[in-house]
Ligand binder design. Structure first.
Ligand code: 6PG
Length: 247
């Protein structure tokens, strides 16, 4: 079975609906540990999940929410990935606090925050490394995902599950999951929309293997499945042969 697949859809709205269907299908009727993506692409997905028909199709009391990465800002900051997920989804779901596992990006000591988060993942999921049921990921125009940016130290992390990462190109620090734990997930969903992602998507999927330049190439699940849900504008740079391979 082809564990890496690509689904091309017409537009961002269709991308969000297909992602919501995947989320619900994977979450149905059991305890479910998910790592949410930040950025702007998943906003609409989270809004859809908070409403009909998807909301009623998940037992949200069984869902443990984690994050793939976080900015070095407080949780109420406009740049916070938690803030975006909370206002579009989490705050609508009447969750018990312990179900939301926020990365403490606001901490001065991001090393300590990374260790704490890794411990929290281990405690809730178990396993070494733990296996998320679902990881949602976006793709940056430079080929990054989570906060695994080109040329940064986190790309070479082969042991720790969560690390602080200095991102000189943004003059900032981030917290991010690393390849070891991402690749142990049962199911990963990349959500990629817009013509501005065309070059990055083609480079990641069809270019030479160069994860230092295109970190999303690090995401290669060991046993799980990876589905790229991409809209037509982002997929325009892919060859028909590649689309056929990943169908
Ligand atoms: C973040 C995300 C990041 C995002 C990509 C794509 O913290 O920003 O983790 O990896 O998924 O940058 O962002 P857009 O969805 O906004 O294009």
């Amino acid at each position: 079975m082809n564990r890496v697949r690509l689904l091309e859809v017409a537009n961002p709205e269709e991308l969000s609906r297909r992602a919501a269907e995947e989320f619900v299908r994977r979450a149905r009727g059991r305890r479910f540990c998910v790592a949410l993506a930040g950025g702007s692409t998943p906003r609409r997905l989270y809004q859809l999940l908070a409403g009909a028909p998807y909301r009623a199709q998940v037992d949200w009391t069984q869902v443990e929410f984690f994050f793939g990465d976080e900015r070095a800002v407080p949780p109420d900051h406009a740049d916070s990935n938690f803030h975006m997920a909370n206002e579009t989804l989490l705050a609508q779901l009447d969750l018990r606090d312990p179900q939301i596992h926020r990365m403490r990006g606001e901490r001065d000591d991001l090393d300590a925050a990374a260790v704490e988060y890794a411990n929290e993942i281990g405690k809730v999921l178990g396993g070494t490394p733990p296996a998320f049921d679902l990881v949602l990921l976006g793709l940056g125009r430079d080929g990054h995902t989570a906060s695994l940016f080109p040329g940064t130290a986190a790309l070479s992390e082969g042991r720790r599950w969560v690390v602080p990462n200095l991102v000189p190109q943004l003059d900032t620090r981030r917290l991010t999951l690393t390849a070891p734990i991402l690749n142990h997930a049962s199911y990963l969903l990349f959500l990629v929309a817009g013509a501005e992602k065309r070059e990055a998507l083609a480079a990641v999927l069809e270019g030479p293997r160069d994860p230092l330049r295109f970190p999303s190439q690090l995401v290669r699940p060991e046993r799980g499945e990876l589905l790229w849900v991409v809209d037509r504008a982002a997929a325009a740079g892919l060859s028909e042969a590649m689309k056929e391979t990943l169908r």
